[in-house]
Write a protein that binds this ligand. Structure first.
Ligand code: ADP
Ligand code: ZN
Length: 719
C-alpha cells in the first residue's frame, strides 16, 4: 500500500505531496483524510493522506511513521472543498486545509492541548458473588444505566468500589470529557408572526439556492433562523449558523441552547484552544448537529448539511484577510451546492454586492420591512456639528447632552457610539470637518508622516499637507482622533451622577469581560454604555431608548470606496439598538456632514434610497458590484526592489490582461510595515479570461524569489 501525503512544512507555504509506503501493521488504520507522521530528510513532519494506491513511480520510498489520530480529520467533502478554494483564492492547498481545522490539530501547536477523560464503570457479565450492603448499593446503581461515573460510586464507598474492581465485577471505561456545557432545552420556539412565517415557508430546504433576508433591525430575524434550523433538524439534517465574532454574544448562544440544548456547538474566540478542539471533535463525531460560530465555522465537518445561515451578511468579518483569503459566503455557497441545501444570508443593511444579486434574481429576496408587532423604528435626529462646535467645548453637543439627561431621569438607558473604524491615518479640519480627497478616485487621501504628504493609495496621486483648510480657511487641519477615555471623562464632568460603562476592544479583551459587561448593563447597573463599534451590533436591551453617535464622520473619511456603505450600515445598526421593546426609541447623530447621503438616508431608515444613490456612484467610478476587484500586494525589504518589481509586474499584467483596468503600482495604505516596503496594484474587471492563468504565472515566477513576495486578494475588504 502506498499513500500520497500532503506534508505540513513549517514556516513554508508550499504544497508538496509525497508518496510513502505503509507497514502492514498500520494498513487497517489508513483512510483518506487521516493525519500521519512521516520522515522528511532529517525531520519528522505531519501531513494529510490524500490518496491511497498500489504503486508509485518513485523508487526507494520511505515508510510512514505512524497514524496520528483515529478519526478522519478531513472528510471527502472538505478535501474537495480545499481544492476548489485553492483554485479560487490562489492560496496553497495546505493553507486551505489548515484553516479548516482547530489549532490543536496543526503541526507544532498541539503539544499542550490534550483530551480530557472521565472514568466510568460497567458491570461485568458474570457475577456470582455475595455482596455486602454498601457493595449492593453500588451494584444497584447499574439498574438504570450501563455506565456509572466513578465519582458517583466513590461517594457510596471507596473501599467497596475498590473490592468490586479487583474482583473484576466492575470494569473501567474511559470516556472523553468535553469541556463545554450547554443549557438543557427549556424553551420553545416563539410563535412566529405571519411575516416571519411567510419567510420561513419561502425557503426551499431541498434545493441549493441562496436567499437574502432583508429585515430591518428588530424584525425578528433570529427567530426565523431558529425556525428554519429546527425544520432542518427534524428531517435528520444538520445546520451551520455564522455570525460575526462581535455578535457571537452569550445572549445569542443561550437563546440557541435554550431551544436546541446540547446538540449545538458554539465556536468563538473566547474559547480556549482546548475547548475549541473539544467542540470540533463533538461535531466531527456527529455529537452536535448545529454549529454556531464566526467565519471559520463554515468549515464545520458536519455530514448531511441541511442549511447554512449567515447573519449580518454585510459584515466584513466573513472575509479573511490573511492567506488563504477566502470569503465564508463563497464557501457557504459551494457547500450548499455539494449538499443540495439552501444558504440564507440576513441583514438590515445588506452589502451592495448581495442586494444587487438579489435585484437580478441571482439570490432570492425575502423581506421583513417592519419591526415585530408593528413597533416603529426610532426617530433619528441629526446634529450639525459645524454650528454646535461653536457653542460647546465638549464632544457632546447640547441637544445630545439634554437627551441623555432626560433619558436617565426617566430611568432608561443610553448607548453612545464613538465611531473609530479602522485606522486614522487621514487628516481633517477640526473646525469644519473638511477632508482631502483624491481628484481621480474620490477616496480620502492617506497621511504619510515620513514625507509629510497626502497620497491616494488607489492611483498614486500625491499632494503636500496644507495647514490652512481649503474649506473654511482656518488653520485647523490636524490628525484628529479622540478615544473613549476622553469621552468618558467629559461625561463624568457633564453628568456627574451618571454611571458609565466603557466597552471597547481594550476593556473586553480579558476572557469573560465582554459577557460580564453585557449582563451588568442589561441588569441596569449602568446608565450609559459607551463604546466603539462593539456596541453597535446585535445587542438587545429593552431599556435602551436613546442611542447617540458622537462622530458619524470618522468612518466616512476612511480611504476606502466602501466608506459610505460602511457608515450607513454602522449608523443603521447602532440606531437599531434603540427602542426595541415597548418603549419608544430615539437616535441622535452628531455630524459635520449632515448633507452627506450616507447620513441623510440613515435619518429616514431608507436602505433602498441609499442603495440606489450608492449604486450610481459605483457605476460611474467602476467599483463593485459593477466591477470585480483584485488586489496585488508586492513587498520587499528593499525599497528599490519593491518599486522595480512592481513596475515589471504591471507591465506584464498589461501585456496579458486586455479587458482589465490596471491601477498603480502605488504605495500601499501602510507603506512601510516592519521595515518591509509594500506596493499595490489594483485590477478592475468584469470578465477577464486570462486572469487566473496570468496570476498563476506570476506566482510561479516569484515562488523561489526570496527578495520579493506577492500576495493576491480577490474582492478584498481593504487595500
Ligand atoms: P433582529 O435580529 O431582526 O434585529 P431579533 O431577532 O433580535 O431582531 O428580534 C427582536 C425582538 O423581537 C427580540 O427581543 C425577540 O425576542 C422578539 N421576537 C422575535 N420574534 C418574535 C415573535 N414571533 N414573537 C414575539 N417576540 C418576538
Ligand atoms: Zn486616486
Amino acid at each position: 500500500m502506498i499513500v500520497g501525503v500532503l506534508v505540513e512544512l513549517v514556516n513554508k507555504s508550499v504544497d508538496r505531496i509525497f508518496d510513502y509506503k505503509v507497514n502492514d501493521s498500520l494498513k487497517e488504520n489508513i483512510k483518506i483524510g487521516i493525519r500521519v507522521e512521516v520522515p522528511f530528510g532529517k525531520q519528522t513532519l505531519e501531513g494529510f493522506v490524500l490518496s491511497i494506491k498500489e504503486d508509485s513511480e518513485v523508487d526507494n520510498l520511505k515508510y510512514i511513521i505512524k497514524v496520528i489520530d483515529n478519526d478522519i480529520v478531513l472528510n471527502k467533502e472538505l478535501i474537495e472543498l480545499g481544492k476548489t478554494m485553492k483554485d479560487n483564492t490562489l492560496a496553497t492547498l495546505i493553507s486551505c486545509y489548515q484553516v479548516m481545522l482547530p489549532r490543536a490539530l496543526k503541526a507544532k501547536k498541539k503539544n499542550n492541548i490534550v483530551k480530557k477523560y472521565d472514568i466510568y464503570y460497567r458491570l461485568s457479565k458474570n457475577i456470582d458473588y455475595k455482596f455486602n450492603s454498601s457493595q449492593q448499593k453500588i451494584i444497584d446503581c447499574f439498574k438504570n444505566s450501563d455506565l456509572v461515573k466513578k465519582d458517583d460510586l466513590v461517594k457510596i464507598s471507596k473501599s467497596s468500589l475498590n473490592t468490586l474492581i479487583t474482583k473484576n465485577i466492575l470494569i473501567e471505561v474511559k470516556k472523553e470529557h468535553y469541556r463545554m456545557e450547554y443549557n438543557n432545552k427549556n424553551s420553545e420556539i416563539k410563535v412566529l408572526t405571519p411575516t416571519q412565517e411567510k419567510v420561513v415557508s419561502a425557503v426551499d430546504l431541498n434545493k441549493s439556492d441562496t436567499y437574502l433576508l432583508y429585515g430591518v433591525t428588530g424584525s425578528g430575524k433570529t427567530e426565523v433562523y431558529i425556525k428554519l434550523i429546527s425544520k432542518v433538524i427534524s428531517k435528520g439534517k444538520t445546520a451551520i449558523m455564522l455570525v460575526p465574532e462581535i455578535s457571537l454574544t452569550p445572549q445569542m448562544i443561550s437563546r440557541f441552547s435554550e431551544v436546541f440544548g446540547n446538540r449545538i456547538a458554539a465556536i468563538h474566540s473566547a474559547l480556549s484552544e482546548g475547548e475549541k478542539y473539544d467542540e470540533w471533535r463533538r461535531i466531527n463525531r456527529g455529537e452536535a448537529d448545529i454549529v454556531i460560530g464566526a467565519r471559520s465555522a463554515v468549515f464545520a465537518p458536519l455530514n448531511n448539511l441541511g442549511i447554512i445561515i449567515i447573519d449580518e451578511e454585510h459584515s466584513d468579518s466573513y472575509k479573511q484577510d490573511t492567506n488563504p483569503r477566502y470569503n465564508a459566503k463563497d464557501i457557504a455557497i459551494i457547500r450548499s451546492k455539494t449538499n443540495n441545501c439552501p444558504v440564507v444570508m440576513g441583514s438590515a443593511t445588506p452589502s451592495l454586492e448581495s442586494f444587487a444579486r438579489a435585484y437580478k434574481n441571482v439570490y432570492k429576496l425575502l423581506s421583513m420591512p417592519n419591526r415585530i408587532n408593528g413597533k416603529n423604528l426610532p426617530k433619528v435626529t441629526l446634529i450639525d456639528m459645524n454650528s454646535e462646535i461653536k457653542r460647546s467645548k465638549s464632544h457632546i453637543s447640547i441637544p445630545l447632552l439634554n437627551s441623555i439627561k432626560e433619558t436617565i431621569d426617566n430611568n432608561n438607558q443610553v448607548i453612545l457610539l464613538l465611531n473609530r473604524r479602522g485606522y486614522s491615518s487621514f487628516v481633517t479640519c477640526k473646525n469644519c470637518g473638511y477632508t482631502f480627497k483624491c481628484p481621480n478616485c474620490d477616496i480620502t487621501l492617506t497621511y504619510h508622516k515620513t514625507s509629510n504628504t497626502l497620497r491616494c493609495h488607489y492611483c498614486g496621486y500625491g499632494t503636500k499637507v496644507y495647514k490652512k483648510c481649503p474649506g473654511c480657511h482656518e488653520e485647523a487641519v490636524s490628525n484628529l482622533g479622540v478615544g473613549t477615555e476622553k469621552i468618558e471623562e467629559e461625561l463624568k464632568e457633564l453628568i456627574p451622577n451618571a454611571k458609565v460603562l466603557r466597552m471597547d476592544f481594550d476593556t473586553t479583551s480579558r476572557k469573560g469581560m465582554h459577557e460580564k459587561m453585557i449582563t451588568s448593563f442589561k441588569n441596569h447597573e449602568y446608565d450609559i454604555l459607551l463604546g466603539t463599534q462593539i456596541v453597535a451590533k446585535g445587542l438587545d436591551f429593552e431599556n435602551v431608548t436613546l442611542v447617540g453617535v458622537i462622530n458619524a464622520d470618522t468612518s466616512l473619511n476612511i480611504p476606502d470606496f466602501r466608506s459610505s456603505e460602511n457608515t450607513f450600515s454602522l449608523l443603521s445598526q447602532v440606531s437599531g439598538r434603540s427602542g426595541r421593546s415597548s418603549k419608544k426609541g430615539e437616535v441622535i447623530i452628531q455630524t459635520f456632514n449632515p448633507e452627506h447621503y450616507a447620513i441623510k438616508y440613515t435619518k429616514t431608515h431608507d436602505y433602498i434610497g441609499f442603495y440606489n444613490h450608492e449604486m450610481e456612484i459605483r457605476k460611474k467610478l467602476k467599483y463593485p458590484p459593477y466591477y470585480y476587484i483584485c488586489y496585488l500586494k508586492i513587498s520587499s525589504k528593499d525599497y528599490e526592489t519593491a518599486s522595480l518589481e512592481s513596475n515589471k509586474i504591471k507591465k506584464s499584467l498589461e501585456r496579458n490582461l486586455k479587458n482589465t483596468i490596471i491601477l498603480g503600482p502605488s504605495v500601499a495604505n501602510i507603506f512601510k510595515l516592519n521595515n518591509i516596503y509594500r506596493y499595490g496594484i489594483i485590477l478592475k474587471y468584469k470578465y477577464e479570461e486570462n486572469l487566473y492563468k496570468t496570476l498563476n504565472m506570476l506566482i510561479e515566477h516569484y515562488r523561489n524569489n526570496n527578495k520579493v513576495a506577492i500576495d493576491i486578494d480577490f474582492n478584498p475588504n481593504h487595500f
